[in-house]
Design a protein around this ligand. Structure first.
Ligand code: NAD
Length: 298
């Protein structure tokens, strides 16, 4: 059993913190949303008065916030909690942010004697609920080993991609591919549908054929092919289009800095941007399916 300060209780952080409570840890929680905090307190977590209060006297600090600016502001800015974290604690940031911010956090926290790892996740809200996430870590091997027991209560795989920031680079490579697969799967299903195929039957065929992929298997974007996924719930919950847009922006920035060629990443970034500007920013990212609706009757 560990003492953990958990900050950011949204679609992902909420169920992750709940799993830590269920595993018997003492979990102090903080979020800007009172409702999110109340939901965790109902699960047995301890309510913190502030972010600084959440990290007082803990062994681990875990943050799960939307983007780099939220993470920088939580730890490093004027009201930041950098000075409130016990020196013996290990900070684990599981938000998807840019690698440069992750490296900056490692350096700045190190200056006050606090250790840090970046540990973004894959597996979606279903993985967060079932405790089967994949953690993609960057940082010192010894720190990742120390985190392993706690991460294992929220996930089933813990990888070390390399030094600080490497977890974030691996994560955005994965999410760029995910965006491409989701758009490609949506396009193929809409093509079949527009030509009289039942999307359920087409999905079954492609699942046993060479088009098989994760989005088709566990996150089908066409409503009611699978139940219990965001597409069958009006694209509510899950992973917001605007968060995917953010991740594609991170991938494109990283490509530009390194000279990598990401032609498909660029294309899918423009598709998600258009989709967001059409009013779908808060929907689940599988709603890109609607972006491929036929434009005219055949
Ligand atoms: P979310 O918007 O549902 O939750 C974010 C939470 O952070 C909110 O409850 C918000 O109130 C809180 N918050 C923001 N600023 C805060 C602050 N300064 N102090 C305390 N709380 C603060 O987002 P999410 O879907 O849970 O995603 C979180 C991170 O995980 C993102 O970086 C996202 O890219 C990544 N991610 C999401 C998924 C997914 O399927 N949703 C999957 C993998 C990774």
């Amino acid at each position: 059993m560990a003492t953990i300060g958990f900050i950011g209780l949204g679609n992902m952080g909420g169920p992750m913190a709940a799993n830590l409570v269920k595993a018997g840890n003492k979990v102090k929680v903080f979020d800007l949303s009172d409702d999110a905090v109340a939901a965790l307190v109902a699960e047995g977590a301890e309510q913190a008065k502030s972010a600084a209060d959440a990290v007082a006297d803990v062994e681990f600090v875990i943050s799960m916030l939307p983007a780099s600016k939220h993470v920088r502001s939580l730890y490093l800015e004027e009201q930041g909690i950098k000075g409130a974290i016990p020196k013996s604690a290990l900070v684990i940031d599981s938000s998807t942010i840019d690698a440069a911010t992750a490296r900056e956090l490692a350096v700045e926290l190190n200056k006050v004697g606090v250790r840090f790892i970046d540990a973004p996740v894959s597996g979606g809200t279903a993985g967060a609920k079932s405790g089967t996430l994949t953690f993609i870590c960057g940082g010192d091997e010894a720190d990742i080993e120390e985190a392993r027991a706690v991460l294992g209560q929220m996930g089933k795989n813990v990888f070390r991609a390399g030094e600080h920031g490497a977890g974030q680079v691996a994560k955005i490579c994965n999410n760029m591919l995910l965006a491409i697969l989701m758009a490609g799967t949506s396009e193929a299903l809409q093509l079949g549908k527009a030509n009289g195929l039942d999307p359920k039957v087409l999905s079954e065929i492609m699942l046993q054929s060479s088009g098989r992929n994760w989005t088709l298997e566990v996150y089908n974007p066409c409503p009611h092919v699978l139940e219990g996924v965001p597409s069958s719930n009006n694209y509510q919950g899950g992973f917001q289009v605007d968060l995917m847009k953010k991740d594609l922006g991170l991938a494109m920035d990283t490509a530009e800095q390194s000279g990598a060629v990401t032609a498909l990443g660029k294309l899918v970034q423009s598709l998600y941007s258009e989709h967001s500007s059409e009013g779908s920013g808060k929907k689940d990212f599988s709603s890109i399916f609607n972006h491929f609706e036929p434009k005219r009757d055949a």
